[in-house]
Design a protein around this ligand. Sequence first.
Ligand SMILES: N[C@@H](CCC(=O)N[C@@H](CS)C(=O)NCC(=O)O)C(=O)O
Length: 220
Amino acid sequence: MIQLYHAPISPNSRRVWITLLEKGLQFELVEVKLNGEQFNPEFLTISPFHHIPVLVDDGFNIVESLAILDYLEAKYPTPTMLPKDAKDLAIARMVELVTINELLPAASSLLPLMLGLPGGDPEKIEAAKQKVATVLTVFESLLDNRPYFGSQNITLAEPVAGTVVPLLPGVGIPLNDYPKLNAWTERLIARAAWQTSQPTPENIASFKSIFQARMAQQTA
Ligand SMILES: N[C@@H](CCC(=O)N[C@@H](CS)C(=O)NCC(=O)O)C(=O)O
């Protein structure tokens, strides 16, 4: 049986969890508490960089969430989650990579805000908000009259961007100025896979205390 090592709060592992659900696969979730469990020697044998997610399938270990998604699409191609048309494929992949390379780093600077914690350099916060606005403008321009990025059906772009974009209103970045993206977000969060993998208030509280402890260590 497939095993997914994950942390419920992490968009990096949630995108894999959602893809497994959308593909209707059987799998076991193994939670790794990011308060130090990721350094356990046993875990390091499957995740040398002490990161979740890790997918183990038939004794084969995969790290790096995008590599995991590509593996799942190649090994379990039904339902397909990548467009065949060249432009549509480029759109889906662009959304994946812009999320990882532009949106997530900017959103990480907004984490204290997201968790309702004080702190954060105002200039950095402003720059992060500007970056997020640019990403949202690009995403809005990539959506057409189809419900998903470059597709009538959900693709890998959705679990990737769709685990980050819905968090933005929580940090004071409403999506009203991006009507197509707003409707896309509503469509996704209504899906069973999003609802099943939604972090609980306990997951958020536990992450908040780990985050606060890490901040305290850095300033000590
Ligand atoms: N590029 C990796 C990033 C994985 C990553 O940064 N995971 C974080 C959680 S969001 C982690 O495991 N942090 C624990 C640590 O670095 O010790 C991916 O996409 O899988």
